[in-house]
Design a protein around this ligand. Structure first.
Ligand code: GLC
Length: 413
């Protein structure tokens, strides 16, 4: 059995490696996550009043896109409409429950797309398929599906080229006919090269559904290698994570991840060729709080040093001790060795201890290597090569630096 040849737009998506997820909607004003309507049993007549106080006065799309770009993100997946049913885009008369009918009075998705285009990031649209606002969802499902299809048509027609659609909610009615063929055909008509992704949820991570699907999802998961042998089409993989424990802002959610965790998760993803889609939750009127910005800033510092390996590296079956592994560059000229938990050099009594340094082996290296250097300071690493095996002296961090994962770049003869 063979592995199917990937379409170019799917490869391009894979090579972006790191995406920013943004969850923002009316719920952000309550600051208790995006499921607050459902979990706190709100009445929709009450809940929808949040539209009257939605000004979006702090939403600065260019600023967000610049923050993303500086941190090394290549694409942004933005909630154009979440389960609450409120659209951040101009629904062109389909519904009054959208941003242009609030005090904001703006098409926020237009601003987002314009900013992405200005700074060269790929805009992607998250769109809910389940809907708490539209009564047809429960009462006249077929009419609801037509509303959904028309909504998506607007997004595909009115914003120029987009990177893809990221659907979420089919898991809410697993036994219904969602008529996805019609929905996906609408996308293909206007955006033949858009990634079509449909979140399979927490219980079905990595599952492939309809043949139009271009990438599987690993919501809040640990990415596992994809076995593509015998598949009818090459699909990519993407893992999405929250920055704390909610997608929409939780003002009292203090469980933020550390930069160490973010960097390691990103590397874990790339080890199996998956993208890392990392979420932020803007505040009520669109501001990103300092803590989230700072976290992204530290991730960005790491990406500045090692980003090349993230974008350019593909799985090649090389593994080392612990979680260590290597990726091969797309052009086949380099290997990138990812080293987790490297210790700092010097007197162990004064260096705060992390695991190890010294000579360690990597298995599965069949290429002849001419040199290996740490990517951050270009220090040459001594190595010896045997059959399918490479032993490298992982010399340790210079005192004053410490990276959760440090990457060495090798040149292939
Ligand atoms: C879940 C949640 C949703 C969130 C999504 C992101 O399916 O329902 O709130 O947007 O995951 O992956």
């Amino acid at each position: 059995m063979s592995i199917p040849v990937a379409k170019q737009y799917i490869l391009d998506f894979e090579q972006m490696g790191l995406g920013m997820f943004i969850h923002w909607g009316l719920y952000s004003q309550l600051g208790r996550g995006e499921w607050v309507f459902n979990l706190e049993h709100y009445n929709m007549d009450e809940y929808k009043k949040l539209a009257d106080t939605f000004t979006a006065e702090d939403f600065d799309a260019e600023k967000i896109v610049r923050t993303a770009k500086e941190a090394g993100f290549k694409y942004i997946t933005f909630t154009t409409r979440h389960h609450e049913g409120f659209s951040l885009y101009d629904t062109c008369g389909l519904s009054d429950f959208d941003a242009v009918h609030t005090p904001a009075g703006r098409d926020l998705i237009r601003e987002f797309v314009d900013a992405c285009n200005k700074y060269g990031l790929m805009p992607m649209f998250y769109h809910t398929t389940l809907d708490w606002y539209n009564k047809d969802f429960n009462e006249k499902f077929d009419e609801y599906l037509e509303y959904l299809r028309k909504s998506v048509e607007i997004l595909c027609k009115n914003y120029g080229k987009i990177g893809g659609l990221w659907f979420d909610g089919n898991w809410s009615k697993p036994d219904s006919d969602w008529k996805v063929d019609e929905l996906y055909a609408t996308i293909r008509k206007y955006q033949p090269e858009a990634m079509i992704i449909n979140n399979t949820g927490l219980s079905d991570r990595g599952k492939i559904g309809n043949p139009e699907i271009d990438s599987v999802t690993f919501e809040q998961g640990i990415p596992t290698p994809m076995n593509r042998e015998g598949m009818s089409k090459y699909v990519s993989a993407e893992m999405c994570h929250t920055l704390n424990e909610h997608w929409g802002i939780g003002y009292d959610d203090l469980c933020y991840k550390s930069p160490t965790e973010l960097i390691k998760s990103l590397c874990d993803c790339r080890k199996v060729g998956a993208n890392y889609l990392l979420n932020i939750g803007p505040e009520a009127q669109g501001k990103i709080n300092n803590y989230q910005k700072e976290l992204l800033g530290l991730l960005g510092r790491w990406m500045e040093l090692f980003g090349e390996a993230i974008y350019n590296g593909r799985p090649c079956g090389v593994n080392g001790i612990g979680k260590n592994f290597a990726l091969k560059s797309v052009d086949g000229e380099n290997l990138y060795f990812f080293v987790y938990d490297l210790a700092t050099r010097g007197d162990g009594n004064v260096t705060v201890g992390r695991k190890y340094r010294g000579v360690y082996a990597f298995g599965g290296v069949s290429e002849e290597i001419t040199s290996i250097k740490w990517m951050d300071n270009n220090e040459e690493l001594p190595f010896v090569q045997g059959q399918d095996m490479l032993a490298v002296n992982l010399t340790g961090h210079p005192y004053g630096t410490s990276y959760p994962v440090r990457v060495a770049k090798a040149t292939i003869k």
